[in-house]
Design a protein around this ligand. Structure first.
Ligand code: SF4
Ligand code: SF4
Ligand code: FES
Length: 232
């Protein structure tokens, strides 16, 4: 079975951008990352994309596949090839393209620093009850793949922190070792524009790790109303 891939290309040296189409044989168990590697090895060594773990853990290989952000190393090509239609691969939307499918993640890194994505005032030897641990783990499962951040319609607003950042704020707010909970909530509302979230759930739908950022955002809003006191 043949797989036709239409891949976005951008050459920073010339500023030229467009699409190249590649046709390759679909192999059993082939992912989009292995398809890209095959193209790079056998057809076009200049094709540029990011990857590292090949196991859905590092979050570096996210690309748009037919307009949806997906981890290239996890997404199987077979269901797409079975349709017989060309598949379009593009870089993450709302991120500056460095070359082809590789984008610049600096905006996320800067925001992670701005919102201090670490425990700010660590008080050691705190017992973490299992139910709280479960909630922290869910948010901590985020692999920083930026799928949600790219797909969120509100991220176009310059001051909106975005689902990835709110998932991190929630993660540290829930952690009993964190004592700066009020500062986190103030940051989320004032600096992150928490209430600009449309609750559209797009971020929940594209998250490959089921972190459910939109659900966590709604829980942050519950905290602010005071209903979350019993959880702290
Ligand atoms: S639910 Fe909120 S954060 Fe998630 S995609 Fe929609 S606007 Fe963005
Ligand atoms: S919350 Fe999910 S989609 Fe967003 S960056 Fe983390 S793992 Fe990726
Ligand atoms: S290569 Fe690490 S998540 Fe895909």
């Amino acid at each position: 079975m043949k797989l036709r891939l239409k891949v976005f290309r951008y050459d920073p040296a010339t500023g030229k951008e467009g699409y190249d189409t590649f046709e390759l044989r679909c192999e059993e168990g082939m992912t989009f990352l292995s398809a890209l590697q095959k193209i790079k090895e056998e057809m076009d060594p200049t094709l540029t994309f990011r990857h590292f773990c090949r196991a859905g853990i590092c979050g570096t290989c996210t690309v748009y596949i037919n307009s949806f952000p997906k981890l290239a190393c996890r997404e199987q090509v077979l269901p797409y090839a079975l349709t017989g239609k060309e598949v379009v691969l593009e870089p993450l939307d709302k991120f500056p393209v460095i070359k082809d499918l590789a984008v610049d993640h600096d905006s996320v890194i800067l925001k992670l620093k701005e919102f201090r994505s670490w425990i700010q005032d660590f008080k050691g030897d705190v017992r973490i009850p299992p139910e709280i641990s479960l909630r922290v783990e869910k948010a901590a499962d985020c692999i920083l793949c930026s799928a949600c951040q790219s797909y969120c319609p509100q991220v176009l607003e310059e001051d909106y922190a975005g689902p990835l950042i709110f998932a991190k704020i929630y993660r540290f707010l829930e952690d009993p070792r964190e004592t700066c909970k009020d500062i986190r909530l103030t940051d989320a509302v004032r600096e992150g524009r928490l209430y600009h979230c449309l609750s559209c759930n797009k971020c929940n739908n594209v998250c490959p790790k089921e972190v459910e950022p939109a659900t966590l955002i709604r829980e942050l809003m519950t905290y602010i109303r005071g209903d979350g006191e019993e959880n702290s």
